[in-house]
Structures are given as C-alpha cells and as structure tokens.
Write a protein that binds this ligand. Structure first.
Ligand code: SF4
Ligand code: SF4
Length: 86
C-alpha cells in the first residue's frame, strides 16, 4: 500500500538535534539535508531540513509516528488523502 507521510515543520523545528524518526524507520524513508552549504563553514543546526525521500518504501509500521516527541508526523494510506480532497 502506498502511504502519505506528512511532516509538520512548525512542530519539527530542528530535526538534526532530534533525528528519532530517521533512526527508527526500518525503511530509511527520511532524509536529513542542509538547506544551504557554505564552503569551509559548519552548518548550524537550524539549517538542516527533514524530508520524505522514499515514501514508496514506507511499510506503514507507524514507528516514526510513535517515536516523534512533537507529534509532527502523520502517516496514512495515500487513498485516504484523495478521499479528503474530493
Ligand atoms: S511508518 Fe514505518 S516505514 Fe513508514 S516512514 Fe514511518 S517508520 Fe518508516
Ligand atoms: S522525530 Fe519528530 S521532531 Fe524528531 S526529527 Fe522526526 S519529525 Fe522532527
């Protein structure tokens, strides 16, 4: 089943300091990446972003939802979203 994975960036403000969802996901769905890179400069924590890179690999285990301390992740079958939009 294809899943929709939504991250609320208002709740997940500095993902690089948390990373719990990244660590727990058995399918490596999430990716942490810098928003910009300056040569020879360390990237400050607030300039890291969490994104869903491999949603099609999601097994729907809900481990990321359970572990997130900010309740920032929603995972649901993609079909449900199309019903909500309709
Ligand atoms: S539901 Fe499971 S497989 Fe899907 S993103 Fe969350 S932890 Fe990964
Ligand atoms: S577990 Fe939640 S708060 Fe932590 S990085 Fe993931 S989405 Fe952000």
């Amino acid at each position: 089943m294809i899943m929709d994975i939504l991250i609320n960036s208002e709740k997940c403000k500095v993902p690089i300091l948390c990373r719990k969802c990244v660590q727990v996901c058995p399918q490596c769905v999430f990716r942490l990446h810098p928003t910009h890179i300056r040569k020879y400069e360390e990237i400050p924590p607030e300039h890291w972003e969490l994104s869903v890179s491999f949603a099609d690999l999601c097994a729907g285990c809900m481990e990321c939802v359970k572990v997130c301390p900010e309740h920032a992740i929603k995972v649901k079958p993609a079909k449900e979203r199309s019903k909500e939009v309709a």
